[in-house]
Design a protein around this ligand. Structure first.
Ligand code: HEC
Length: 107
């Protein structure tokens, strides 16, 4: 009984690690292949000239996953350079994984 509990826990932990590593990889793929980096920088540092704040800005750190997803889906920004809407280009799963990837850039 004790042994089985140990194995089950180890299995769950291993599965969780694999899942999050995969999500991170595909989020990074979305980020580079959709050219998010063009405006947000390869590591999310933003672009002062284009008035794109870094993902590490207090506002973006405070923003909920839902708020970040909404910005990606519907577009954002009030300046000359606006964030395009990606609702038609990315699936919900891709948006979810790219938000998870942005969270890793905020660390
Ligand atoms: C043409 C330039 C451009 C591209 C390409 C772009 N963004 Fe943005 N993004 C912006 C601007 C401008 C804002 C609004 C910044 C502000 O005013 O707060 C923004 C805002 C955001 C926000 C809201 C948080 C914040 O920092 O304001 C997220 C999340 C985001 N972008 C993710 C993405 C992702 C993911 C992609 C690729 C799928 C992407 N962006 C592509 C320009 C861009």
């Amino acid at each position: 009984m004790k042994i089985w509990t140990g194995i089950t826990l180890a299995t769950i932990l291993a599965a969780t690690t694999v899942t999050s590593a995969f999500a991170q990889g595909s989020g990074a793929d979305v980020y580079t292949s959709t050219k998010c980096a063009m405006c947000h920088g390869a590591t999310g540092t933003g672009n002062a000239g284009m008035k794109v704040p870094p993902f590490k800005s207090p506002d973006a750190i405070k923003a909920t996953d839902t708020a970040l997803s909404a910005a990606i889906k519907n577009g954002a920004g009030t300046g000359t350079i606006k964030m395009p809407a990606y609702a038609a280009k990315l699936t919900d799963a891709q948006i979810k994984s790219v938000v998870a990837y942005i969270r890793t850039l905020q660390k």
